[in-house]
Design a protein around this ligand. Structure first.
Ligand code: AMP
Length: 302
């Protein structure tokens, strides 16, 4: 089953305590697509400028990523710059240049319109909804990511889009901000009144938490001696999570739990190197090995 994603394809400048890169391929939809393509076929909707070369596009070649929906426009590709602090839990955004993204009107090619799984990466909630409108039948699973910018500036539009969302995937501070609740379980209860039936809270080095049907499930982040660059970890998590869900016939409790593990597994690879470097060379066998490691790491007897 194919999985539709809409979101940014970007160039990033990133500085962490382990190094600095002035310009590298990035974007939420890029991390998501590459990660998800290890599990299922991905249809990518996004926009790039004339500075996006064949070499940049080669990240998608030889993978199960369809780029028919990746529009090319006159102008420059979306650019984002960020700097991480010493412990790498916090980052400061130094620049966000929308460029061709400012005029983006997502258009779904015909074959994408029957998608059963949809991931709306962090973009304007109105654009997210316009993508959903173009899908012919109600998808089986719609998941959405957003950020403080949209929670603060376009709360009405975000709420409208959330009505059509099954799974909300955000970080803990966004969860608190959206719900006005500090306690994450109370926050989840509030968020369920807005539309989503499940909430995935991404917690960086502390792993991730799933809340649905009065149950919670937690996965740790894979313990690594060195994290080089956390950029894209959340989108890679979402790619592993949704990629796995799209590869199985139903999304019950057991599948959602496994999806959480695959999300965390994929995120743990991304942070090992800068940008998409680690995902480029990743093999399916390494994913399976790390998932087994997760199983051992979290097993206990009573
Ligand atoms: P993450 O670290 O998972 O939050 O994702 C980082 C990626 O999101 C980077 O590659 C950026 O290009 C992209 N990004 C940053 N800010 C935005 C934004 N406002 N809209 C869309 N994508 C963004």
């Amino acid at each position: 089953m194919s999985l539709l994603v809409v979101g940014s394809v970007a160039f990033d400048a990133v500085e962490t305590p382990h190094g600095k890169v002035d310009r590298m391929l990035g974007g939420a939809a890029t991390y998501f697509s590459v990660a998800a393509s290890f599990f299922t076929h991905v249809n990518l909707v996004g926009i790039v400028g004339t500075d996006f070369t064949e070499k940049d596009a080669s990240i998608f070649k030889g993978r199960k990523v369809d780029t028919l929906g990746l529009e090319r426009a006159d102008g420059k590709t979306f650019f984002w710059a960020g700097k991480y602090n010493e412990n790498m839990n916090d980052r400061t955004t130094l620049a966000t240049e929308l460029n061709v993204f400012a005029e983006f009107k997502p258009k779904l090619p015909g074959p994408y319109q029957s998608s059963q799984h949809v991931f709306l990466a962090n973009i304007d909630p109105t654009l997210q909804r316009s993508v959903l409108h173009q899908v012919s039948k109600r998808p089986k699973v719609v998941a959405l990511d957003t950020m403080n910018y949209w929670i603060e500036r376009t709360p009405k539009e975000l709420r409208e889009t959330l009505k059509h969302t099954d799974i909300l995937m955000i970080n803990d501070s966004e969860t608190r901000q959206l719900s006005n609740e500090h306690n994450l379980l109370r926050a989840a209860r509030h968020i369920f009144t807005l539309g989503p039936k499940a909430l995935v809270i991404k917690r960086g080095e502390y792993g991730a938490m799933l809340v649905h049907q009065n149950r919670t499930f937690h996965v740790p982040a894979f313990p690594l001696e060195q994290v080089h660059d956390p950029t894209g970890a959340g989108d890679t998590f979402a790619g592993g999570f949704m990629g796995y869900l799209a590869s199985v016939p139903r999304a019950g409790d057991a599948e959602l739990r496994r999806a959480m593990v695959y999300g965390s597994v994929m995120g743990s690879f991304t942070v090992e190197k800068f940008g998409l470097e680690r995902l480029r060379t990743l093999k399916r066998s390494e994913i399976t090995a790390r998932a087994k490691h997760f199983q051992k790491m979290t097993h206990f007897a009573l």
